[in-house]
Design a protein around this ligand. Structure first.
Ligand code: PLP
Length: 397
């Protein structure tokens, strides 16, 4: 199973991934399989808490705790001071939105392919504060139309441009670097939802030029549930943007009527969080950093393009991913089989997958004229043999 073209040891990676031995796991875009060292570190930390109590251990192990910021910074190419721990992508995202002082008539520019919860948050801002929301047109290849974005920026002078790097429901990889150049040229704050891209792609915040970037732990990063992070650029930190609700971790209570926020990204954290999960998450990021995100990206590109090719061999299957560059989310539906029939076939053959429904991809699935799509999300612990097995299973149906 050693693939000669790889710069990584798939045998070792599969040994480290206990959950992949008895199934074909293609749901890293949902909640991936943790490497065993991630689980061990999490449990060991909990055992320390069992013996000594959580506060004592957190004080004893500050170096281990601080390693979280170091590993994320290493992965994103930034400083540890730019990173905050979060409980999820949505947690980080909501804190970013709350840090921007929106007034009635201000505007946000986003895309048709942003995540459902981001759209709901924008609509909520519209309902409560009368913030206008505009969505850019897509090009024929489905990516953001940059000319349209630039003309929207010039016309509306938005407070924020918000782009989801890879949507939850398709393999599309948006050209976030090009959007970054436009935002920089027009001095607009730029927020990226990198929930589905971090861990499967090289994500370099200097190259992208974003002000905020959010991610979750449990997906392609292979961390425990209840973890995530937020990157905040030096530019945004210098603008003194702070979440609306800040607690004693992010600020000192300096007088009866005032508080002084910290100047680093830690102003976006709350005091209480799961340190055990954070330690496990640190190990997951360290593990990915050691393998190398460029290696992971290259390998995943091969797995997902092979999978798309095999699926397309069945004329009843429609592969739904569109875009100039496609990542490790592979979506399709079937003209003849009902969803439950497909799901049963996959489940009976131990093929772990998930389903995206129209409700979570309202604009995209309306345009594609589909109500659901099966979502496969191969990751670097998968093998080409597994991909071929799945292709064979679906070829005849
Ligand atoms: C693109 C994208 N953004 C955000 C989220 C939400 O992540 P979380 O549940 O960690 O808040 C998801 C979850 O599927 C996602 O796919």
């Amino acid at each position: 199973m050693q693939h000669s073209f790889l710069n990584m040891d798939i045998n070792q990676i599969r040994k480290d991934t206990l959950g992949c031995a008895d199934k074909i796991f293609l749901n890293s875009a949902g909640s991936s399989l943790m490497p065993k060292t991630v689980v061990e570190k999490t449990i060991n930390y909990l055992k320390e808490e069992e013996q000594f109590g959580g506060y004592f251990i957190a004080n004893q192990q500050t170096e281990q705790v601080n390693q979280f910021y170091v590993e994320v910074a290493r992965m994103l190419n930034c400083r540890a001071e730019n990173i905050a721990f979060a409980n999820s992508n949505t947690d980080a995202y909501a804190k970013v939105l709350s840090s921007i002082p929106f007034k009635s008539g201000d505007c946000i520019i986003t895309t048709d392919d942003d995540y459902i919860s981001n759209h709901i948050a924008f609509i909520s801002l519209k309902k409560r504060f009368n913030v206008e929301v505009y969505r850019t047109k897509n090009l024929a290849n489905h990516e953001i139309d940059l000319e349209d974005l630039e003309s929207l920026i010039k016309k509306h002078q938005p407070k924020l441009v918000a782009v989801t790097h890879i949507p939850t429901n398709s393999g599309l990889i948006q050209d976030v670097e090009a959007v970054g150049r436009l935002c920089k040229a027009h001095h607009i704050l730029y927020l990226i939802d990198a929930c589905q891209s971090v861990g499967q792609l090289v994500v370099d915040v200097q190259q992208i030029g974003c002000d905020f970037l959010t991610a979750t732990g449990r997906k392609f990063l292979r961390g425990p549930r209840g973890t995530g992070f937020l990157y905040i650029s030096d530019n945004a930190l210098a603008q003194n943007l702070k979440p609306l609700f800040i607690d004693m971790k992010g600020a000192n209570w300096t007088s009866f009527e005032d508080y002084q926020p910290t100047h680093t990204a830690k102003a976006f954290e709350f005091f209480e969080q799961s340190y055990a999960a954070m330690i496990g998450f640190t190990e997951a990021i360290r593990y990915a950093n050691e393998i190398g995100l460029a290696n992971i990206q290259n390998y995943n590109e091969q797995l997902s393009s092979e999978l798309r090719k095999l699926l397309a061999e069945n004329s009843s299957i429609k592969v739904l991913d569109q875009g100039n560059r496609l990542g490790s989310i592979v979506t399709f539906n079937h003209h003849k089989l009902a969803l439950t029939e497909l799901q049963n076939l996959l489940s009976n053959n131990q093929v772990y997958h998930s389903v995206s429904f129209k409700g979570s991809a309202l604009i995209d699935f309306t345009k594609k004229n589909v109500d659901w799509a099966i979502r496969f999300s191969p990751h670097y612990f998968n093998t080409l043999e597994e991909i071929e097995k799945v292709g064979k299973l679906l070829r005849e149906v």
